[in-house]
Ligand binder design. Structure first.
Ligand code: DQA
Length: 152
C-alpha cells in the first residue's frame, strides 16, 4: 500500500533559463519548450498514478521557497536547478530540510561539458541523478519516484 504522503503531488521544480527551452541553445537542450515537458510529465504521472506540481523560477529564493513547502505538500522532488545546481548551497540546504526522495535531472550530460558544470550541490541531497537524456530524463525520474514511493 502506498503511504499517505505518496498521494501528495510530486514537485517538479525548474531553475533559471529553463523557461527559455525551445529557443535556448536547441543543439544542447532540444527543441521542446518547458510547456511541452510539463505536458509530457503530467501524462506520465497520470499513467503512474501520480500527480505533479510543476514550477519554474529564475530566482534562487523562490526555488528555495518551493522546496521548503514540499516538506508538507509533496511526496517527492524532481529538480533541474539549472545553473544553480553548480552554485547554490541554499538549494542544497532546502533539499536536506525537505527529507523527501529527490531525483536530480539535467537535459544535457553535464559531465561532457565545461568543468564548472561537473560539480553539483544538488547531488549531495539527491537519491538519484539522471542527465544527458533530454526531456526523457523527467519521465524516467517520475518512474523512479513511483517505485521509491511504493517501496516506502
Ligand atoms: C542544465 C545544465 C546546467 O549546467 C545549465 O546551467 C542549465 C541546464 C541541464 O538541464 O542540462 O541551465 O541543468
Amino acid at each position: 500500500m502506498a503511504s499517505k504522503s505518496a498521494k501528495r503531488p510530486v514537485l517538479i521544480v525548474n531553475g533559471p533559463n529553463l523557461n527559455m527551452l525551445g529557443t535556448r541553445q536547441p543543439e544542447i537542450y532540444g527543441k521542446e519548450t518547458l510547456a511541452d515537458i510539463e505536458r509530457a510529465c503530467r501524462a506520465e504521472a497520470k499513467s503512474l498514478g501520480l500527480t505533479v506540481d510543476f514550477k519554474q523560477s529564475n530566482i534562487e529564493g523562490e526555488l528555495v521557497g518551493y522546496i521548503q513547502q514540499a516538506r508538507a505538500a509533496n511526496s517527492a522532488i524532481v529538480i533541474n536547478a539549472g545553473a544553480y545546481t553548480h552554485t547554490s548551497v541554499a538549494i542544497l540546504d532546502a533539499l536536506n530540510v525537505a527529507e523527501l526522495p529527490v531525483i536530480e535531472v539535467h537535459l544535457s550530460n553535464i559531465y561532457r561539458r565545461e568543468s564548472f558544470r561537473h560539480h553539483s550541490y544538488v547531488s549531495l541531497a539527491a537519491t538519484g541523478v539522471i542527465c544527458g537524456l533530454g526531456s526523457q530524463g523527467y519521465l524516467l525520474a517520475l518512474t523512479a519516484v513511483a517505485q521509491l514511493l511504493t517501496k516506502k
